[in-house]
Write a protein that binds this ligand. Structure first.
Ligand SMILES: [Zn+2]
Length: 400
């Protein structure tokens, strides 16, 4: 058992190394599909820190292990890809500087989520640093392509197993117990194109699309006891025409459905199909989940559906109670159990049956902005929390 006192001392001992490592990985650009360079830096650091096994899988995820004594396996999960920093103007320091200013470390990915990944790696490595054998194996996983629907963690979830997972996305060092999912769907209305001067020769798909949108506005969705109500929003509206004097033959509406666990992708498709009125003009409509081929930095290409599953862990569950206790003790603040507003890789893990809790340093409101920076004191507190959190979660699983 790794105590809080031990983990705090171990964190202080390696604080400079933690900050330096965080800064180096922030300085290595890693857009989704281009994570090879940062993966090499992370693998080298893990080996230096003494993980028992460090490997990468076929899509490029990093899986590192600290051997335990046969008890429950605890997974720590993060991702190494980032979103585009956008224009250089507006960033107070260059996006890939990794610069330390006072108590803050700046740069794209500092919050989402290279800082949290560094804290998890150093937290897990404390078992080695202190010569303490964990009850069960500790798996540190760093996934690829989280920002574009989670191909990496979906692969991880079906190729590795764990009894419980800690999702380290930024939570301001508070407890997070889930989030809604995201399903990207498209509804394609097909008719017949014609010169705009002769609409009677056309089957104009805009009218069927308009009727669909009107019915969509009145659709009522599920309400989840942990996550609250699901929502759906039409986003893009695309026709197959560039010219304003031609009636298109096709109109495609893109929809962003923030779903709760009771709403599967199949349910979403059926619900939208039911909103399409029987055709009176010969037009047709097809609903489908958006799917795109994605290529990983390892060269592997896979068709990937735009589905981020939701997850919801009851606050009365043993893992939530254990996490709340450790976080409160370690941070000295209430754990403020809540849900994330955004989707994470935890959904893929939960869908494969792994109970998840969320905890990570950094202010999630700064993620994906040009003001992205992480508090170093929060980073260190998180690094000191992960070891004890791993121990308590394993214990909570063992005793249930
Ligand atoms: Zn993230």
């Amino acid at each position: 058992m790794l105590t809080l006192k031990q983990s705090c001392a171990a964190t202080e001992e390696r604080a400079d190394q933690l900050i330096d490592f965080t800064s180096r990985i922030v300085a290595s650009p890693s857009l989704s599909g281009e994570e090879g360079d940062v993966a090499a830096i992370i693998v080298a650091e893990m080996k230096k820190l003494g993980f028992d096994e460090v490997s990468t899988d076929e899509v490029g995820n990093i899986i590192a292990k600290i051997n335990g004594d046969g008890g429950p396996t605890v997974m720590l999960n993060g991702h190494m890809d980032i979103v585009d920093p956008g224009p250089a103007e507006g960033w107070p320091y260059p996006a890939y500087s990794g610069k330390v200013v006072g108590d803050e470390l700046w740069g794209r990915g500092s919050v989402d989520m290279k800082g949290p990944v560094a804290a998890m790696i150093f937290g897990a490595a404390q078992f080695k640093q202190l010569g303490i054998r964990p009850a069960g194996d500790v798996l540190m996983t760093v996934a690829v392509m989280e920002e574009i629907a989670g191909l990496g963690s979906q692969f991880l979830a079906t190729h590795t197993s764990a009894d419980v997972a800690i999702v380290g996305e930024p939570s301001r060092n508070e407890l997070r117990l889930g989030h809604r999912g995201r399903i990207e769907l498209q509804v394609k209305f097909s008719g017949r194109s014609a010169h705009a001067s002769a609409p009677d020769l056309a089957i104009n798909p805009h009218f069927a699309a308009a009727k669909f949108l009107q019915r969509l506005e009145t659709l009522s969705l599920q309400n989840d006891s942990v996550l609250g109500p699901a929502t759906i929003a039409p986003t893009l509206y695309v026709t197959d025409q560039q010219s304003a004097n031609v009636i298109p033959s096709e109109v495609t509406i893109y929809l962003d459905w923030r779903n709760v666990p009771a709403e599967s992708p199949e349910h979403a498709v059926k619900t939208l199909e039911a909103l399409i009125e029987p055709s009176t003009d010969g037009s047709t409509a097809v609903v489908r989940v958006t799917e795109q081929p994605r290529t990983c930095y390892t060269g592997v290409t896979r068709d990937f559906a735009s589905i981020f599953p939701p997850f919801a862990t009851e606050s009365s569950s043993p893992v939530a109670i254990a996490a709340e206790k450790v976080i409160t003790e370690s941070t000295g603040n209430p754990a403020n159990a809540d849900v994330w507003q955004f989707a994470t890789d935890g959904g893929h893990l939960a869908l494969s049956g792994i109970p998840c809790v969320g905890f990570g340093p950094g202010d999630d409101r700064l993620a994906h902005t040009n003001q992205e920076r992480i508090s170093i004191s929060q980073l260190k507190t998180a690094a000191a929390t992960y070891g004890p959190l791993v121990c308590e979660l394993a214990k909570s699983i063992e005793t249930t």
